[in-house]
Design a protein around this ligand. Structure first.
Ligand code: C2E
Ligand code: CA
Ligand code: CA
Ligand code: CA
Length: 279
């Protein structure tokens, strides 16, 4: 299948490609200031429970509202923050903000679990479990309300330390989810060794699954694999009613995607939830 999926190899210039570019240096300075100046914000994308139709889960996705560049997507600064080591500060900010929001929802009677994305660098950082412990305590949030999304590739750099961090997070009662499932290497070997609660099928298989029978086979097999291992299975990238219906037929547990809702600011999410649960 690899050949079929390889893209045309179009080169896209990114400031992070060039270690010494002035753009890269200024981006670093701006990213540092962004946190202090409150230019970062979290949006939340709902995940629909395909059995009950209800929404009790949302994923936090960081947004940078830059005064000049406008909305900078995370793909353009997360990898950069990882390379420079700034991700540690950024992730702490994300966790703090997401837990505060989770606590605020709970206080308002809105029972939402929140997923947080962490990167490879976070996993080899021995402080991560401590950071979670301190912030869970600060916001009086139960660990089982929080899902930590990690990609398989994040485990590859330093599998031993990454696994130690994951074990510590698991032991604290946090929920673990493998993101972009199916796109990394040796998925099965890792899955066997890791204690996780959920796999999230990568959107590259989900988006066109009703058009491409290979994609549908991959999605169907992944759902069966997850269930046989006792895991919850989520699908991201649900862009059509057809895909949503198909996932329900295939017994997938959760669906997330633009067809249901884009990531929203907290106010927008509240309004969306009221409408969703009204009918
Ligand atoms: P991800 O964790 O795989 O998140 C899913 C991405 O797919 C999000 O892009 C989301 O907006 C987008 N998406 C959701 N539904 C659909 C759909 O139906 N179709 C399509 N085509 N896309 C959909 P976003 O927000 O731009 O984030 C991109 C990536 O940046 C994330 O991928 C994640 O790896 C990273 N990221 C985002 N926020 C954070 C964060 O707070 N911390 C870290 N470490 N990484 C983050
Ligand atoms: Ca994710
Ligand atoms: Ca994903
Ligand atoms: Ca991704």
């Amino acid at each position: 299948y690899a050949g079929k999926r390889r893209n045309a190899g179009v080169a896209v210039y990114r400031p992070s490609d060039d270690q010494h570019s002035p753009d890269r240096l200024s981006l670093m300075g701006e990213l540092r200031q962004a946190v202090e100046r409150d230019e970062l914000t979290l949006y939340y994308q709902p995940k629909v429970d395909l059995t009950t139709g209800r929404v009790s889960y949302v994923e936090a996705l960081v947004r940078w509202i830059h005064p000049v560049r406008g909305m900078v997507p995370p793909d353009q600064f997360i990898p950069f923050a990882e390379q420079t080591g700034y991700i540690k500060v950024l992730s702490r900010w994300v966790i703090d903000k997401a837990l505060a929001q989770c606590a605020a929802w709970r206080a308002a009677g809105i029972e939402l679990d929140v997923s947080i994305n962490v990167s490879a660098r976070d996993l080899i950082n021995a402080d991560l479990p401590h950071t979670f412990a301190v912030l869970l305590d600060k916001h009086r949030v139960q660990p089982e309300w929080i899902w930590v999304e990690i990609t398989e590739s994040a485990l590859m750099d330093d599998p031993v330390h990454a696994m130690q961090t994951l074990d510590a997070l698991y032991a604290m009662g946090l929920r673990l989810s493998i993101d972009d499932f199916g796109t990394g290497y040796s998925s099965l070997a890792h899955l066997k060794k890791m204690s996780v609660h959920e796999i999230k099928i990568d959107k590259s298989f989900v988006i066109g699954m009703t058009e491409d029978s290979d994609d549908e086979t991959i999605v169907r097999s992944t759902i069966a694999l997850g269930h046989n291992l006792g895991l919850r299975v989520a699908a991201e990238g649900v862009e059509t009613q057809l895909v949503l219906d198909r996932l329900r037929t295939l017994d997938c547990d959760l669906a997330q995607g633009y067809f249901l809702s884009r990531p929203l600011a907290p106010d927008g999410l509240k309004a969306w939830l009221d409408t969703w649960h009204a009918d």
